[in-house]
Design a protein around this ligand. Sequence first.
Ligand code: THU
Length: 136
Amino acid sequence: MSKSIDKESVEDLMMSAREAAESAYCPYSKYPVGAALLGVDGEVYTGCNVENVSYGLSMCAERTAVFNAVGNGCRRFIAMALAGGKDKAATPCGACRQVLSEFCDATMPVFYADLAEGEIQEATMGELLPLAFKKK
Ligand code: THU
């Protein structure tokens, strides 16, 4: 069961995601993305997309955030905020959904919005990745 998150904390988490997008290294796509995961330890773990001239080696913001959190000892999360896009808000790609599903309950909310002042939308992990691959 996921812990819940209040509206003000959602806005703070989205601010962290939008700030993280400012660190994005995306000279090829010119599409910055930032992610912020709120851990059950109360810490916020951020990530941005990091591209490479060998394009397939590029890494998304969400996976950077997950690896940052896990590398710092946090494996369970209350919510994630994702900021990307100018007019249309980015949503997590399929690969990131699978990686997130390793550590996040199906009920965990994912908040997503554009990089500016756009409205914050919400979906659960279960809605984003129904029938996620799990061994048990
Ligand atoms: N990107 C992310 O960081 N997260 C997503 O969920 C979608 C795509 C990045 C990858 C690439 O650096 C850029 O956005 C354009 O696809």
